[in-house]
Design a protein around this ligand. Structure first.
Ligand SMILES: Cc1cc2nc3c(=O)[nH]c(=O)nc-3n(C[C@H](O)[C@H](O)[C@H](O)COP(=O)(O)OP(=O)(O)OC[C@H]3O[C@@H](n4cnc5c(N)ncnc54)[C@H](O)[C@@H]3O)c2cc1C
Length: 478
C-alpha cells in the first residue's frame, strides 16, 4: 500500500499525465462516486483520475504499478455488487473512464462499432441507430452504464434470449493490463487460435485483471418494428408453459421474456411517476414479451403477437393481455419492467440475489424457494422478477415493515442471502447470473465454489496482477 507522504508527489505525477481536467481531489466532486447505486457501499479514495485516452490511462497504471497504488476502475457506477466502490482506507485511486467516450468507428458492412470504455449505453444505441443499426443489449441502467462496465461485468439485460450476453457481442478488446502495458485486440478475426484468449479473460473480470479502454462490438440491423405484450398469468408455472409455447412458435422473433410478480408492479405504480397499470385488474403474475422484426420477410410483430396471444388464451395460459399498438406504448410497458429496482429502492430495504438455475427448473424454483424463505424469515416478502427466458431472476427478499434499514442488511440479511444461495447451489445454479461478484458476493463465491474453480481464478489473478493493485477486494480476495 502507498504511504501517505508519497501521495503529493504521486498526484503531481498523475496531474502531469492527465492534466487538470483529469484529476480531482475535491471531496464534493468525489462524493457521488464513492457510493454504489444501491447506497450500500461507501468508500474513500486518494483522488479521482479520468484519463482522456488509452495512452494516458496506460501511463497512470504504470505509475500505480511502480508505487503499488491500488486502482478501482469505474464506468457509470450503475453496478449492483459494489464492484466500482473503493474500500474505506482511502489508499486507492478511483479511475473513471468518463472522458474516454469517443465512438471511434462504425462499420455498417462488418456490422461492428468500436467504442471507448466510457461511452454510455444509451449514447451507443443512438449513434448506431443513426446508421440503421442496433446494438442488441439493453438494460434498466442504460442511461449510466458504460461500454467498459458492460464488458467487465459481462452484462446481460433483456435481449439475451435472442442475442446473448456481452460475451457474445464483444468481438475485440483494447485494455491496459496491471503493469501498464496496452493490449491491442480490437481487430475482429473470425478465426484466431493464438492460445489463451485475453478478450474472454477480461470480459466479466470486473476490473481485477486490467482496465478495458475500448471494445469492438457486434451490431445487428435496426428494428423495422416490434410489439410488446404485457400478459397476466396465474403462476410462474403458467409463465413457463407460455414460454415453451412461444419458443415453439416464435423462435427468432422473440427477443425477451420477462416475469414480474404483482408485488413489483404495485411498487412501480406507487413510486414511479407517470406509470399506469397495463391490465384492467391485478393478476398474481405478469409476463412481458417482446416480438421484434429486423428482416423484411419476418412476420409483422403486432399481428403475430395477437395470433399467439389468442392461442395462449384458448389454452388457458394467460388471464388477460395487452399488446402495444404504438412505440410509445411499447416503451411504457418496458418502463414498468425497467423501474422495478428503482421502485424497490424507494419501498425499503431488501436483500437482492441475481441468480440462475436451468431454464426448465426456474418456475418451480421461484415457488419453492419463495415459500421456504418466507417460512424461515418472519415477515419477509419475496419478489422474483426478470429474465425468466434465460433462467435468470432477481430474487429479492424485502424486509418486514418497520425493519431497521441500517441493521437489517447484515442481521438477518446475510443469513437470508446464505439461505437463498444454498438453495440456488442445491438446484445446480449460479449465485451471480449477470451482475457479477464485486464485494457483495465475494465471500459467498469463496464459500460455495468448488476448489478447482477458485484455485484457477486465484492463479490467474496472481499471474496477471502479482501486486494485487487492480480493484483489490473484489471478485477474489487476496
Ligand atoms: C436500473 C438498473 C437496471 C439494471 N439492469 C441490469 C440488467 O438487466 N442486466 C445486467 O447485467 N445489469 C444490470 N444492471 C447493472 C449495471 O447496469 C451493469 O452491471 C453495468 O454493466 C455496469 O456498468 P457501469 O459502467 O455502470 O459499471 P460500474 O458500475 O462503474 O462498474 C462495474 C464493474 O466493472 C468495473 N469496470 C467498470 N469500467 C471498467 C473498465 N473500463 N475496465 C475494467 N473494469 C471496469 C468496475 O470496477 C466494477 O467492478 C442494472 C443497473 C441498474 C441501475
Amino acid at each position: 500500500m502507498i504511504e501517505a507522504p508519497v501521495r503529493p508527489a504521486l498526484l503531481d505525477q498523475i496531474a502531469a499525465i492527465v492534466g487538470a481536467k483529469g484529476l480531482t481531489t475535491d471531496p464534493t466532486d468525489l462524493a457521488p462516486w464513492l457510493t454504489d447505486w444501491r447506497g450500500r457501499y461507501h468508500g474513500a479514495a486518494i483522488a479521482m483520475v479520468a484519463p482522456a485516452n488509452a495512452a494516458e490511462l496506460s501511463a497512470v497504471v504504470s505509475l500505480a504499478a511502480t508505487t503499488r497504488t491500488p486502482i478501482v476502475p469505474q464506468g457509470g457506477n450503475s453496478g449492483m455488487v459494489g464492484g466500482a466502490t473503493p474500500d474505506a482506507t482511502g489508499t486507492a485511486l478511483l479511475l473513471s473512464t468518463r472522458r474516454m467516450n469517443a465512438i471511434r468507428a462504425i462499420d455498417p458492412q462488418a456490422r461492428t462499432v468500436v467504442a471507448e470504455a466510457g461511452v454510455v449505453l444509451q449514447t451507443l444505441h443512438e449513434a448506431v441507430a443513426a446508421q440503421g443499426l442496433r446494438f442488441p443489449l439493453t438494460l434498466g441502467g442504460k442511461g449510466s452504464a458504460t461500454v467498459g462496465g458492460l464488458v467487465s461485468t459481462n452484462a446481460g439485460g433483456t435481449q439475451v434470449l435472442r442475442h446473448g450476453t456481452m460475451r457474445a457481442l464483444v468481438e475485440g478488446i483494447e485494455a491496459v493490463l496491471p503493469d501498464g502495458s496496452l493490449y491491442e485486440g480490437l481487430v475482429t478475426l473470425k478465426k484466431d487460435n493464438r492460445g489463451y484468449d485475453l478478450k474472454h479473460l477480461l470480459i466479466g473480470a470486473e476490473g481485477t485483471l486490467g482496465i478495458v479502454t475500448a471494445a469492438t462490438l457486434k451490431l445487428v440491423p435496426a428494428l423495422i418494428d416490434r410489439a410488446v405484450v404485457w400478459a397476466g398469468v396465474e403462476s410462474p408455472l403458467a409463465a413457463r408453459q407460455l414460454l415453451l409455447m412461444l419458443e415453439a412458435r416464435a423462435g427468432r422473433e422473440m427477443e425477451g421474456f420477462e416475469i414480474v410478480p404483482q408485488r413489483c408492479l404495485s411498487n412501480v405504480l406507487r413510486h414511479i411517476p407517470g406509470t399506469r397499470a397495463p391490465l384492467g385488474a391485478p393478476c398474481p403474475w405478469h409476463v412481458l414479451v417482446e416480438f421484434a422484426r429486423d428482416a423484411a420477410d419476418a412476420p409483422a410483430p403486432e399481428a403475430f403477437a395477437q395470433a399467439l396471444m389468442a392461442e395462449a388464451f384458448e389454452r388457458g395460459l394467460v388471464l388477460d393481455a395487452a399488446i402495444s399498438a404504438s412505440e410509445s406504448q411499447a416503451e411504457a410497458f418496458w418502463k414498468l419492467r425497467d423501474s422495478i429496482s428503482e421502485a424497490e429502492r424507494a419501498e425499503g430495504p431488501a436483500m437482492q440475489h441475481d441468480i440462475s438455475v436451468p431454464v426448465a427448473a426456474m418456475a418451480q424454483f421461484i415457488i419453492d424457494a419463495g415459500t421456504a424463505v418466507e417460512a424461515r424469515f418472519d415477515g419477509t416478502e419475496v419478489a422474483a422478477f426478470g429474465h425468466m427466458g434465460d433462467g435468470n431472476v432477481h430474487f429479492h427478499v424485502a424486509a418486514p415493515r418497520g425493519a431497521d434499514p441500517a441493521r437489517w442488511p447484515n442481521d438477518p440479511g446475510k443469513e437470508i442471502s446464505a439461505f437463498v444461495h444454498d438453495l440456488v447451489v442445491a438446484a445446480g445454479g449460479s449465485i451471480s447470473a449477470e451482475h457479477g461478484i464485486g464485494q457483495m458476493k465475494r465471500d459467498e463465491l469463496a464459500r460455495l465454489s468448488d476448489p478447482a474453480r477458485m484455485g484457477a481464478m486465484h492463479a490467474i489473478k496472481r499471474a496477471l496482477d502479482p501486486q494485487g493493485i487492480m480493484n483489490p477486494g473484489k471478485l477474489v480476495a487476496g
